[in-house]
Design a protein around this ligand. Structure first.
Ligand SMILES: Nc1ncnc2c1ncn2[C@@H]1O[C@H](COP(=O)(O)OP(=O)(O)OP(=O)(O)O)[C@@H](O)[C@H]1O
Length: 293
């Protein structure tokens, strides 16, 4: 699998030039960490890849298919190949761990099956297998709102992995977690990348976590790639280039329309889960999430 991004630009309606022509190739089973100060464009980049945010210009090719040229149906199909893991987990709080994980299969079952919550036995089997892999064996019937932050992020990872994606895009997976749990989550992501031979692209604020866990680091500053190399190459000069003039990291609340796009994508396509029932009408589910562990 190869993700090939060329000349990616994003100018928001506000006039903010978040990306100023970014080129990046991600392939193999390596973990790439994208670092950079707050506002550098990391989230915008990852969201432009699967078009949760529409790029202004440039191409995003996944195994040779230009995602920017796809119509809605084509994009929906292509998104099955892209697993997303979010900062705030984007889980359905009132549903169980298993129900949340199975939403990763919604793109593969008919609307009617999804409506009946009638997933094929092999999907359920795969979900059990993945839950065990992420360390949540025997927790399938717990409600997500009973879990710690670290456990929630594991559910988020399981949901993305059960989708059998060709690439995993991960947006600030550790921002709500304590340092030890952050390390565990990063280790899990890199191990999964290697085991499943799926490349992982992770936005991460903490340079230490990037250095400790990623095979490759990409530094973004003000919408441009200013560093690309291994952790060993990331010296003081490079760090200075990436972070010079940057504001201290801070998290930005998503706008209402962003939340909606995330919800739609997080539920992976036509059908979403609402009030404990999988619905096929594409309406947004209850996504009240809480951070913290
Ligand atoms: N929906 C939006 N509308 C207008 N401007 C936006 C929007 N989202 C992001 N921006 C702007 O685009 C630029 C890049 O933001 P982005 O969130 O991609 O950066 P980031 O590196 O992910 O930052 P952080 O680490 O704080 O999340 C910033 O100037 C930001 O204000």
């Amino acid at each position: 699998m190869t993700l090939d991004v060329t000349g990616l630009r994003k100018t928001y309606e506000s006039g903010d030039e978040a990306l100023k022509g970014v080129d990046l190739t991600v392939d193999g089973s390596e973990t790439t960490a994208m670092i950079g100060p707050s506002g550098a464009g990391k989230s915008t980049f990852i969201r432009c890849v699967n078009r949760l945010t529409e790029p202004t210009a440039g191409t995003v090719e996944l195994d040779g298919t230009d995602l920017t040229a796809l119509d809605d149906d084509g994009l929906r199909a292509a998104r099955r190949d892209i697993g997303m893991i979010f900062q705030e987990y984007n889980l359905v709080e009132r549903l169980t761990v298993m129900e949340n994980v199975l939403t990763g299969r919604l793109g593969y079952v008919s609307a009617w099956r999804a409506f009946r919550r009638n997933f094929p036995p092999e999907d359920v089997e795969r979900a059990y297998e993945v839950l065990e892999r992420v360390g949540l064996a025997d927790m399938e019937n717990k409600r997500v709102d009973e879990l710690s932050g670290g456990q929630r992020q594991r559910v988020g990872i399981a949901r993305a992995v059960v989708q059998q994606p060709k690439i995993l895009l991960v947006d600030e997976p550790t921002s709500s977690l304590d340092p030890e749990t952050s390390n565990t989550v990063m280790r899990l992501l890199t191990e999964i990348a290697a085991e499943r031979e799926v490349p992982v692209l992770i936005n991460i604020h903490e340079v230490d976590l990037a250095v400790d866990h990623a095979d490759r680091i990409v530094g973004l500053h003000d919408g441009e790639v200013v560093f690309e190399g291994s952790a060993d190459d990331l010296g003081d000069d490079a760090l200075d280039r990436v972070y010079r003039g940057g504001d201290p990291p801070e998290s930005r609340e998503p706008t209402a329309s962003e939340s909606e796009a995330v919800i739609e994508d997080g539920a992976a396509n036509d059908s979403v889960v609402r009030d404990g029932v999988v619905s096929a009408d594409g309406r947004a589910p209850d996504r009240s999430t809480s951070g913290g562990s």
